[in-house]
Design a protein around this ligand. Sequence first.
Ligand code: AMP
Length: 249
Amino acid sequence: MKVLVPVKRVIDANVKVRVKADHSGVELTNVKMAMNPFCEIAVEEAVRMKEAGAASEVVAVSAGPTQAQETIRTALAMGADRGVLIHSDDPLEPLAVAKLLKAVVEKEGADLVIMGKQAIDGDNNQTGQMLAALLGWPQGTFASKLELADGAMKVTREVDGGLEIVELKMPCVVTVDLRLNQPRYASLPNIMKAKKKPIETLTPADLGVDTTPRVSVLQVVEPPARKAGVKVASVAELVDKLRNEAKVI
Ligand code: AMP
């Protein structure tokens, strides 16, 4: 079973994001970038499948600028076998990424795609769903547990107020949630080994995909500053404030 793991390069989750002065987007110059945390969880799950003998090969794919190679290298250091960079310096919307990934899935003959439920930069939560629709494959989103048995994928999904368990026919697309696993740190020897693993570079034109954006961003603004909190002396005072000032009870 060949597993494809799309990985996105985003601003590191520990960095305080700053909006550009002209409100056209967020500042990316000299900002630390890293693999999207949900993609790390997807890579970890795919590598565990390989270690368990369920997967024969794990291919990490990223669409973006040349630096997205670093994100692919991180996946290779975690245990992926090889990488594919779809090189583009243009902004890529989820639909464009889904079309690019579909072309790579078909070129590679992948049997399973495991990816993040969402990228923490755009918070789109769209790419996996769009990819499954374009491929005509079943999808299991927000996975917190995966079990592969008898050619089917059992996906435990985190839904409002509980868990839903669905069974998907293979091939399928799975998007992963936070509680699926705890991604490993790449060891130094594995980081060194990853430098020798191959990364193929393709362009959207190679894959026959037009990535022209369909949505234009009008403005990006900071969230409003939060007001300072107030300490109350007693429960009675708290209840009084909630009832008479905030009027929420
Ligand atoms: P999104 O729909 O943008 O929230 O992203 C959901 C998931 O799609 C991410 O966790 C990645 O697995 C994948 N994805 C999104 N954009 C890219 C990209 N440029 N390259 C590779 N994978 C991506």
